[in-house]
Design a protein around this ligand. Structure first.
Ligand SMILES: Cc1cc2nc3c(=O)[nH]c(=O)nc-3n(C[C@H](O)[C@H](O)[C@H](O)COP(=O)(O)OP(=O)(O)OC[C@H]3O[C@@H](n4cnc5c(N)ncnc54)[C@H](O)[C@@H]3O)c2cc1C
Length: 433
């Protein structure tokens, strides 16, 4: 039967049935909704208030100083935004949207300060994802310190010759049977909070022949371990209120139980790898995979800040006797900026929901979200400069800072090219090089 065979009575009946089905479903609980819950809206508005009142006004100053904004981290700790309980509450949201919502708002406030507040969470994610219950209980609170004595934490995977190629890590961890200690040697590069943290989570190779399958994550507390020191602090293009430095490990000794997951589990994992059996994941990749949607949300925050600033400016600024937004080229650019941000947010939220509900990333949805959000942030912030014209290019206006901050989202936690590699391997099932 084709559509033309349907009589008008049948069509009316079908339409009435559809209307009834819609009406009755409205009163039932639906499994899918794009509406944030009241709790999520409350958290978003609370973080937004902190971002608008505390971070935004301080953003320029800390960007110029190129220093960690300890007083602002402390303020965040005092209101419960920075700390174990805060992060646990955001993570606990069963929809997975807690962390991306918080990150988007913070990075809307300022990305450099935002990274000083959120940089700790990479180490926290590693401890949470790979540590034993005892290690989680001991180390995660130490990553944050207390509101009176705030601490930050660092996740140290990259090395001068091991950036995208994590398997090239050369830092070694050798087990000393006599003292039951691990002895770490090597150099870590570009570590966010490196050297200024108490807790450093360090990725080292225990068995180099096994490449990345021979890696393990170790907790190295600066306050206890000798042989860990800060190397050169990196002077950066953006995210300048966030500290980035090399970290040296020189015969650095830590107790046996400071390997995440415990030595027994590590020995089992290495034995499986030697037999050629597959292990679930590798130490740094597991951390990056879980954190990618959250990192995408940070990029979104920067993009939204730039878009909102450019929109307001375009509605105010007059040239040729009219507001510049009255030119289609400006208005259409703003329309595309808004659309791209919303599209990226949908990818970020999808991946966050999947991650929280342990839905496998079969098509590398985590990578998709981070790749898209990073590219959108770079493009939107660059367009914002264009819309502000000469003002956009000066440090008197924040959009050039937004642009400098945005660029890192194409680079860290897996470059744009590496994300495409991950996605293309996932969709094809082939080893794309
Ligand atoms: C501000 C900042 C903060 C950071 N924070 C941390 C941190 O807290 N912890 C940490 O461990 N690291 C951190 N990093 C390091 C960051 O993760 C690396 O810079 C990143 O992984 C890229 O590595 P790389 O710089 O060595 O670039 P490379 O790997 O040398 O890449 C250079 C270029 O080659 C491309 N490329 C490489 N391989 C391929 C390939 N197979 N196919 C196609 N293209 C390829 C890349 O995409 C890139 O464009 C940080 C870096 C910065 C700048």
């Amino acid at each position: 039967m084709s559509a033309t065979d349907v009589t008008s009575a049948e069509a009316t009946e079908a339409a009435e049935a559809a209307v009834e089905a819609i009406a009755s479903s409205a009163s039932k609980e639906v499994a899918f909704s794009m509406e944030l819950t009241q709790d999520q809206k409350d958290i978003r508005d609370w973080v937004h208030g902190f971002a608008a009142d505390v971070m935004r006004p301080a953003a320029h100053e800390w960007d110029e100083k190129e220093k960690t904004p300890w007083p602002i981290i402390q303020e965040a700790a005092k209101i419960g935004l920075y700390g174990f309980e805060g992060i646990a509450q955001f993570f606990a949201d069963p929809t997975g949207l807690g962390l991306p919502i918080v990150n988007e708002e913070l990075f809307w406030g300022d990305a450099g300060i935002g990274m000083s507040i959120m940089g700790t969470s990479l180490a926290v994610a590693a401890i949470f994802g790979q540590g034993t219950g005892e290690q989680i209980g001991e180390w995660i609170p130490r990553c944050f310190g207390t509101p009176d004595d705030v601490k930050v934490a660092a996740f140290c995977s990259s090395e001068p010759n091991a950036g995208s190629d994590v398997s090239a890590v050369r830092t070694t961890a050798k087990y000393d049977e006599a003292t039951k200690e691990w002895v770490l040697n090597g150099q870590k590069a570009w570590a966010t909070n490196g050297g200024i943290s108490d807790v450093h989570v360090v990725i080292a190779t225990v068995d180099r022949e096994l490449k990345s399958r021979g890696h393990a994550a170790f907790v190295v507390p600066m306050s206890e371990a000798k042989g860990i020191s800060e190397g050169a602090k990196v002077s950066k293009h953006g995210l300048r209120a966030s500290h980035t430095a090399d970290v040296y490990l020189d015969d650095c000794r830590i107790p046996e139980n400071y390997v995440l997951g415990g030595k027994e589990k590590l020995d089992e994992r290495l034995a499986r790898a030697k037999e050629g059996k597959k292990n679930k994941s590798n130490a740094s990749m597991a951390t990056f995979e879980a954190s990618r949607p959250t990192v995408g949300a940070q990029a979104l925050g920067i993009a939204r800040a730039a878009y909102e600033y450019a929109l307001d400016y375009a509605k105010e600024r007059e040239q040729f006797g009219k507001k510049i937004i009255e030119n289609q080229s400006i208005a259409f650019t703003l329309a595309r900026m808004k659309m791209e941000i919303d599209a990226a947010r949908l990818l970020v939220w999808r991946a966050s929901w999947m991650g929280r509900n342990q839905v496998p990333f079969e098509n590398a949805e985590g990578s998709m979200s981070k790749l898209k959000a990073g590219e959108v942030a770079v493009w939107v912030t660059e367009r914002a400069i264009q819309i502000l014209g000469g003002n956009g290019y000066t440090r008197e206006f924040p959009v050039e800072r937004f642009h400098r901050d945005a660029k890192i989202y194409d680079i860290f936690e897996g470059t744009a090219e590496i994300q495409q590699l991950v996605i293309s391997r996932a969709i094809s099932g082939m080893y794309i090089k």
